[in-house]
Ligand binder design. Structure first.
Ligand code: IPD
Length: 270
């Protein structure tokens, strides 16, 4: 079994290659290939090309590992490891040329299910800024090789909190309703538009906290490890691991203040 650092090296190399391809396609002009869950949930040709590049490179270097990607789905492996990939997280930002989109590549041990997996390594590359966020389990988090840490000691009223919204209009309405409850209690709220970068922003102190309901595994696999390795607590609904029902990330003190608010709201969701 390779070490987390060896896996991180592979994750970073393939994420950088896909990032360069997606950036070139962005410069050439973006083409929408299809809509997915709703008309606003788009997939571009670059999403597909970047995922194909990553999948092909991983098949060549790690043929026994499984794969779970946003665009091409999943395939089980025989090694016990699975690569979890979002070729372009923040596709709407990518489409509008807002410089907050990322290639996210993680490798997990166990079933490719956030409820039970253990993430061993993750890389999130923002091609528009040149930032490469990385973490290997137990080895801390970095941006462009420099160690990063979450903001400690921030109280709720001074917290800058990131969140995101799903594509389904009814879910968005409910998510927005919670923001109206939260916003008078915190410094401010940001909706940056790429969950992986929100988590990296918590990791490097550009956000104090981030939460979202409805994330897919590829949206958070790499970013959650990076946030955790930078000192964040990352969890889900009612003490479960982070997943589709909820992901909340913040330094432990702020997490303890936000968690009851988010849980109380989401208790009324069902
Ligand atoms: C989306 C982004 C967005 C988040 C959505 C995700 P995509 O991923 O991460 O910030 O709010 O929940 O689906 O569709 O751009 O890969």
């Amino acid at each position: 079994m390779p070490t987390p650092n060896e896996l991180l090296e592979i994750a970073t190399t393939v994420a950088r290659r896909a990032a360069a391809l997606a950036l070139q396609r962005r410069r050439d002009g973006v083409e929408i290939a299809a809509s997915k869950s709703t008309i606003t949930d788009i997939v571009t040709r670059a999403d597909r090309e970047a995922e194909d590049l990553i999948r092909g490179a991983l098949e060549a270097s790690r043929p026994r590992d499984g794969f779970l990607g946003e665009e091409s789905g999943g395939e089980r492996g025989s090694s016990g490891l699975t690569w979890v990939v979002d070729p372009i997280d923040g596709t709407v930002n990518y489409f509008y040329d807002i410089p907050a989109w990322a290639v996210s590549v993680a490798v997990v041990e166990g079933d490719p299910d956030p409820a039970t997996w253990r993430t061993l390594a993750g890389a999130v590359v923002n091609p528009a800024t040149g930032e490469v966020f990385t973490a290997a389990a137990g080895g801390g988090a970095r941006v462009n090789g420099e160690p990063i840490r979450v903001n400690e000691g921030v109280e709720l009223p001074l917290a800058l909190v990131g969140t995101g919204f799903g594509y389904d209009p009814e879910i968005r309405r409910r998510q927005a309703a919670f923001v109206t409850e939260l916003i008078p209690q915190v410094r401010d709220v940001r909706r940056i538009g790429a969950a992986s970068l929100d988590l990296c922003s918590v990791a490097c102190g550009r956000l104090d906290a981030y939460y979202e309901r409805g994330l897919n595994p590829w949206d958070h696999a790499a970013g959650a490890l990076i946030a955790q390795e930078a000192g964040a607590t990352v969890g889900g609904l009612y003490g479960a691991p982070a997943g589709k029902a909820l992901l909340l990330a913040a330094a432990p003190g702020l997490y303890a203040q936000l968690d009851p608010l988010v849980q109380a709201y989401y208790r009324h969701w069902e």
